[in-house]
Design a protein around this ligand. Structure first.
Ligand SMILES: O=P(O)(O)O[C@H]1O[C@H](CO)[C@@H](O)[C@H]1O
Ligand SMILES: O=c1cc[nH]c(=O)[nH]1
Length: 237
């Protein structure tokens, strides 16, 4: 079923087996412009930009997911199911729930906790925690160590809501469920990988801290989280 309603690539070969997936289409473009060689754009439908190129001579794709679980649910499903993609590594921004995490710190989401109904509705999954791929995580941890980039391996919160009326609720989610930071896509990505027999991981960079009030600009979130990008790019094959 390709092209799909949301991805215009006409054959599978246009997309590599491993896809890096930021929420922001312009973060995808930044990576293609600054890190990849021999780049070909394979998607511009809805401005959700997708590119394939080489990194240090090895092939890799980068495509945006948009924001939220419904959006990454669509793109990751189409890539896994119809384009033969095997590995998706989300590279996102997140809000830290603890003062110990500093802006620009990198987190590897070992598992995602969520109150979202995404996994239940999509495939009848009843639990509220889903793990990322242990194999991908092991590789990412090794790469980070080789690059000398510290990473925090932890459980994160995948939320459907960016602006909560009760801001202080994050403390309960942190303390009760053990989540160190919040983002909005990993739970759905991990679920799609599981039901389709594929692999998914999620690297995050701290863009703001709910405990201290520190925050980065939209420009930094788009272009400056390069440590996370460099770790993920080493997954090129
Ligand atoms: O920076 P990205 O990858 O979009 O990730 C985070 O940023 C967005 C909210 O600002 C949500 O998509 C959240 O998950
Ligand atoms: O989902 C997100 C991403 C960054 N910062 C937040 O507070 N939430």
């Amino acid at each position: 079923m390709i092209p799909t309603p949301h991805i215009e690539a006409k054959n599978k070969e246009e997309i590599a087996k491993t896809v890096l997936m930021p929420g922001d289409p312009l973060r995808a473009k930044f990576i293609a412009d600054n890190f990849l060689e021999d780049v070909k754009q394979f998607n511009s439908v809805r401005n959700v930009l997708g590119y394939t190129g080489t990194y240090k001579g090895r092939r890799i794709s980068v495509m945006a997911s948009g924001m939220g679980m419904p959006s990454i649910g669509i793109y990751s499903y189409e890539l896994f199911k119809f384009y033969g993609v095997e590995n998706i590594i989300r590279i996102g921004s997140c809000g830290a729930y603890t003062p110990e995490l500093k802006l620009y710190d990198v987190i590897l989401a070992k598992e995602a906790w969520s109150e979202s109904t995404y996994a239940k509705v999509q495939g009848g999954y009843q639990r509220d925690v889903i793990e990322g791929s242990p194999e991908l995580n092991e590789k990412l941890i090794k790469i980070a160590a080789e690059l000398g980039i510290p990473i925090n391996v932890a459980r994160i919160h995948s939320s459907d809501v960016f602006y909560r009326e009760n801001f202080e609720q994050y403390k309960e989610i942190r303390d009760k469920y053990g989540c160190v930071a919040v983002e909005m896509e990993a739970f759905a990505l991990f679920h799609n990988a599981k039901v389709l027999g594929k692999n998914a991981a999620c690297l995050l960079t701290v863009s703001d801290n709910l405990a201290t009030g520190e925050e980065t600009t939209s420009q930094e979130r788009q272009n400056a989280f390069t440590n996370m990008m460099k770790i993920a790019l080493e997954m090129a094959e």
